[in-house]
Design a protein. Structure first.
Length: 81
């Protein structure tokens, strides 16, 4: 599990202005265009706030501080980064 988390953080984690975020997978092309135009079958991957929440749950269960994840969720824009 710990090895998997290290790989996940290295590959799909992004440090955003509001805090940590994770994409669904590497080379994720789901989402609007980089300039904000609508998704047309190809786009740029964005971080999904639900994955930040999942990590917060994991950190809490592991006895660590979940607050960075909670704060990132609270500061997340209405559009995923």
């Amino acid at each position: 599990m710990l090895d998997t988390i290290a790989v996940i953080d290295r590959v799909i984690k992004r440090d955003l202005p509001q805090g940590p975020g994770w994409r669904r997978y590497n080379h994720d092309g789901y989402g609007q265009k980089k300039d904000g135009r609508a998704f047309d079958g190809a786009g740029v991957g964005r971080c999904w706030p639900i994955l930040t929440g999942e990590r917060g749950h994991y950190e809490l269960a592991a006895g660590r501080d979940p607050m960075p994840h909670i704060k990132a969720l609270e500061a997340s824009p209405t559009k995923a980064e």
